[in-house]
Design a protein around this ligand. Structure first.
Ligand code: DOR
Ligand code: ZN
Length: 432
């Protein structure tokens, strides 16, 4: 059956689309894009006043399988991704066992076959992400990992990081870097500053991140590797990366929606859903990141979707797990706070949340054009909705945005021509 999307405002900067168009989908592909395609008995989707863009690619997601299926599975994580407007996610290796060998990656490949969105595996840098011995980087590369990362943990030993970079560059893999100096963050649970003093909680200084960003830029320069800084959160880190980029170092970075929108003051109720690594930072850091976003200086947006169970987040702030379940709020937040008020454009978003991540992972992203895979979403910019965590497809209900009213919602996700999510009229339905 052919599907015809009628009268949508279609955006795709690399295919020169920024006007009203109809899109015809047949099988897995887009077969025609034109201003007026005649309905010849197709399944028609009326998209007047709706926006159509390429479905997003989130390059930083924790799917938790194998080992932590109580937090998330490949199935539920991919359902959350479909609902959030994504057609692909990259899966972090801090599972149990860690994806430090081909068997775990093969397992993920197998699980992903039945999943609703594409899953790109990431292998760990070191065995068990313990920072001591390198993973089987060559064999990991052969099983199709798209990057290497010990995310959740830093690689504290500089010599090991250097060797990892040398191997990674031999296999043409980027390193996605969790930048943290454990000696500086110690037993900290929130950003070190005015509010950590007021709230009586141990702080994690900005320097804990920045020291490692600086070190790994130096090592990247030395080894020539592509270094991608995960969840960059401070003004100092941004300066270091920008300076390195200006020198021509092959370094990119991502920022999460929560680091763009929430400050450390948010922790005042000791709500464990505000506890995340790196921590929510100062007002100044958030302002600087927002400025960078508006000036087109941010390479990638990624959620760091980190689902946890209710029990993991229960109890005292000091002992709660780190992480935010982000896939189902990211696009709504970005629209409500930045796109709606024209602080960034749809085209900016598509660059940061589709083309750049695909380039870094070296995966296909043809966008919206004739013959390309029909990976796209229909977004309703006028629709107001409330973030209700119990409606999340993700098992992780840990969001600091619960109860927030947002304007703009993803209503349909297509992955390879198949409608996998339908929220027209508030259906919130996953389709297999
Ligand atoms: O908040 C976080 N949660 N930060 C990380 O780096 C890891 C992640 C997790 O795996 O839960
Ligand atoms: Zn992460």
């Amino acid at each position: 059956m052919k599907t015809l999307i009628k009268n949508a405002l279609v955006f795709d900067p690399r295919n020169n689309l920024n006007n009203k168009n109809d899109i015809l989908i047949e099988g897995k592909s887009i077969v025609e894009i034109n201003e007026n395609i005649k309905d010849q008995g197709y399944q028609v989707i009326d998209a007047a006043d709706k926006v159509v863009i390429p479905a997003l690619i989130d390059m930083h997601v924790h799917l938790r399988e194998p080992g932590y299926e109580e937090k998330e599975t490949v199935k539920t994580g991919c359902e959350a991704a479909a609902a959030g407007g994504f057609s692909a996610v990259a899966a972090m290796p801090n599972t149990n066992p860690v994806a430090d060998n081909p068997a775990v990656v093969e397992h993920l490949h197998l699980k992903s076959k039945e999943a609703l969105v594409k899953v790109y595996p990431i292998g760990s840098i070191t065995k068990g992400s313990e920072g001591k011995k390198l993973s089987e980087i060559g064999t990991l590369a052969n099983t199709g990992v798209k990057a290497l990362s010990d995310d959740g943990q830093p690689v504290m030993d500089s010599e090991i990081m250097r060797r990892a970079m040398e191997y990674a560059s031999a296999f043409n893999l980027p390193i996605i870097d969790h930048c943290e100096d454990k000696n500086l963050s110690k037993d900290g649970v929130m950003h070190e500053g005015y509010y950590s003093t007021i709230f009586g909680l141990h702080g994690i200084p900005a320097a804990s991140e920045e020291v490692m960003v600086a070190r790994d830029i130096v090592l990247a320069e030395m080894t020539g590797i592509h270094l991608h800084i995960a969840h960059l959160s401070t003004e100092g880190s941004l300066k270091l990366v920008k300076d390195a980029q200006n020198r021509g170092v092959n370094v990119t970075f991502e920022v999460t929606p929560h680091h763009l929108l929430l400050t450390d003051k948010e922790i005042e109720d000791y709500n464990p859903d505000t506890k995340v690594h790196p921590p929510l930072r100062s007002n100044r850091d958030v302002e600087v990141l927002q400025m960078a976003l508006e000036n087109g200086e941010i390479d990638v947006i990624a959620t760091d979707h980190a689902p946890h169970t209710y029990e993991d987040k229960l109890g005292e702030f000091d002992y709660a797990a780190n992480g935010i379940s982000g896939l189902e709020t990211a696009l709504g937040l970005l629209h409500n706070y930045f796109i709606k008020d024209e602080k960034i454009s749809w085209n900016d978003l598509i660059e940061m949340y589709y083309y750049k991540p695909a380039e870094i992972l070296q995966v296909e992203a043809e966008g919206i054009k004739q013959g390309a895979a029909a990976d796209l979403i229909v977004f309703n910019p006028a629709r107001e909705w409330k973030v209700e965590k119990n409606k999340f497809k993700s098992k992780g209900k840990n969001t600091p945005f619960a109860g927030t009213i947002l304007k703009g919602k993803n209503e349909i996700t297509f992955v390879e021509g198949k409608m996998v999510y339908d929220d027209r009229g508030g259906k919130n339905e996953i389709l297999y």
